[in-house]
Design a protein around this ligand. Structure first.
Ligand SMILES: NC(=O)c1ccc[n+]([C@@H]2O[C@H](COP(=O)([O-])OP(=O)(O)OC[C@H]3O[C@@H](n4cnc5c(N)ncnc54)[C@H](OP(=O)(O)O)[C@@H]3O)[C@@H](O)[C@H]2O)c1
Length: 213
């Protein structure tokens, strides 16, 4: 059993990761500023801001893995990189692994590139895509002692299309995962399986990977 802390554990990606990890019997802590409307069973919920790490007390102590599932929206629009920098500094030199949930646009369209970002991003997604790309760069520049992984969801991923748990997923290195019909999608529950599998059996150390069907 691992102790897993999910920052943003009440959000779309975070809540699915929390539920999957708790269902597997891990010791799970979900951090967010507001309490969830429907708490999951066997999960500890901690209220506080990741922008105030001191205020979160000892929540990161003894964590086997910390997952950062923040999104650059609302009052966090321009503060996710700052939050991630704080978490990196807090975990560097500790045994805790850091996983970061990013976006599809930083993944490659084909082996060797270009990135989806380089092919053009609709303006409404550009900021969030850029924050995901910047977050990966922060991890790549982090102290060598920090064991991190970064996950690119597929192109279609989110609360508007949560889908169902099938138990299936594929990973694709740094290339976006697409099905044979060209679609690029995964349900929230199956995405969470990939993340918790990576925590249980690390396959991407200081590396990113893509997930989809
Ligand atoms: N296809 C794609 O590329 C795609 C699609 C969707 C999402 N994503 C990515 O997936 C990641 C997660 O997105 P999401 O949609 O799951 O996010 P979300 O639903 O907006 O959830 C964000 C979570 O972070 C928490 N949070 C926000 N500010 C916080 C703070 N200062 N301290 C502590 N907790 C805080 C929120 O709760 P409180 O507000 O209560 O604190 C919430 O639990 C992002 O990187 C996003 O870009 C990618």
């Amino acid at each position: 059993m691992a102790r897993i802390v999910v920052i943003g554990g009440t959000g779309y990606a975070g809540a699915h990761i929390v539920a999957e990890a708790a269902a597997r019997g891990h010791d799970v802590v979900a951090v967010s500023r507001t309490a969830p409307q429907t708490p999951a069973r066997d999960v500890s919920y901690v209220q506080g801001s990741v922008l105030d790490l001191d205020g979160l007390g000892d929540v990161f102590d003894d964590a086997d893995a910390v997952v950062c599932a923040l999104s650059p929206r609302g009052d966090m629009t321009d503060r996710v990189e700052e939050a991630l920098q704080g978490v990196i500094a807090r975990l560097a030199g500790t045994p805790s692994r850091l996983g970061v949930i990013g976006g599809a646009m930083g993944s490659l369209s084909a082996p060797g590139g270009p990135r989806l970002w380089d092919l053009g991003v609709p303006p409404e997604y550009a900021h969030e895509a850029k924050v995901g790309i910047d977050s990966l760069e922060l991890l790549e520049a982090s102290p060598a002692g920090l064991d991190w992984f970064f996950v690119h969801p597929p192109i279609v991923f989110g609360a508007w299309e949560p889908g169902e748990r099938t138990g299936r997923y594929r990973t694709g290195g740094d290339v976006v995962v697409k099905a044979e019909d060209g679609s690029s999608y995964i349900s929230g529950a199956d995405f969470a399986i990939a993340v918790v599998d990576e925590i249980e059996n690390p396959a991407h150390r200081r590396a990113r990977f893509t997930v989809g069907y």
